[in-house]
Ligand binder design. Structure first.
Ligand SMILES: [Zn+2]
Length: 322
């Protein structure tokens, strides 16, 4: 018996290293095969049933040069946070996008893929806006508010928002514009009625006393720094790929038109300028023309920094080995 045990033990000592070597090789093969020249593609979406105003992260695993995609005839703008990162696209569902079933279509190296998503209603609430004495003293009436938007403020905004910068000015997720973030006033998507007119609020109102530092949500270029009729002192940053952030009712500008700014840089001080009854910061983000909840957009953009699959691990390994 002791003799037999010794033989078994000897057998195992030879076998163990070769087993681990095979496992190691298989693991390496599996990891590199995922990110290799013939990748197996798949569409990852952060949500399959987004509400109006939400942003979805779309990720395609693998490393290659060309890919294109569409959502309901809207072109997707793919980007990556470095040469070894997977391709991501942030898809904003406009606050007014018709709820229902849609397809995300992506084409990679001639391979076509699709993902079904279901857009749900944002269930936005409605509020009445009283024209206070303070607003009347500032010259605002129900009709004046609407005509300001139509004839002055929105044309000024639309002129800069229509321009598309084909490359990303940023290489990291977006961040919040205030150090202390709290909602105060109108929420995203709320319908506001003044007399016979109704407008939808395409941003969030954040609590901030006059003079609070307002930070850039990401790297970009200032494409508007102007005092508008309703929106007051307004800054718009172009982050590239059709993504813009907007800061309204400022008290002062701390950056100027055409200036390149970095994420978290102070670009202005919050205030009460324009159509505003109390000091606050109105913050909006537009993604490829869509009006979206800016806070949900930032939360979704944070996910672009995560690794979702083995291809990312393989790419990270390659980067270390390089
Ligand atoms: Zn607002």
């Amino acid at each position: 018996m002791p003799k037999k045990n010794k033989r078994i033990k000897k057998h195992y000592t030879i076998l163990l290293p070769s087993v681990s070597a095979v496992v190691f090789l298989l693991l390496l093969f599996f990891i590199f095969w995922q990110g290799g020249a013939v990748p197996k593609h798949d569409i990852y979406v952060s949500s399959e049933n987004p509400k109006q105003g939400e942003t979805i992260l779309i990720k395609i695993n693998g490393k290659y040069s060309g890919l294109s995609g569409y959502f309901d005839n809207e072109k997707l703008n793919f980007f990556r946070n470095g040469e070894y990162s997977d391709w991501s696209a942030l898809l904003g569902i406009d606050a007014t996008h018709q709820p229902g079933k849609y397809k995300i279509l992506v084409s990679v190296l001639g391979e076509k893929m699709e993902k079904k998503i279901l857009v749900l209603s944002g269930d936005f609430s409605s509020v009445k806006m009283a024209i206070t004495k303070e607003l009347k003293d500032k010259g605002y009436t129900g009709e004046k508010i609407i005509s300001n938007i139509k004839n002055n403020d929105n044309p000024a905004l639309n002129e800069v928002l229509a321009k598309f910068t084909p490359k990303a000015n940023f290489n990291s997720p977006f961040s919040f514009p205030l150090e202390n973030m709290r909602k105060s006033g109108l929420d995203f998507g709320e319908f506001v009625s003044t007399g016979n007119n109704q407008i939808q609020h395409f941003g969030v109102d954040l609590g901030a006393v006059t003079g609070t530092e307002v930070h850039a949500a990401n790297d970009g270029k200032i494409v508007l720094a102007k005092n508008l009729s309703n929106y007051g002192k307004t800054i718009i940053i172009d982050h590239g790929l059709g993504i813009f952030s907007m800061y309204l009712h400022l008290d002062a500008f701390m950056a100027s038109l055409n200036q390149d700014v970095k994420k978290a840089q102070v670009i202005g001080l919050s205030g009460n300028s324009g159509l505003s009854t109390a000091p606050h910061l109105h913050f909006s983000i537009r993604d490829n023309g869509t009006r979206i909840d800016p806070l949900l957009f930032i939360k979704t953009s944070e996910k672009t920094g995560e690794n979702f699959n083995l291809a990312s691990i393989a790419n990270s390994l390659l980067k270390i080995l390089k």
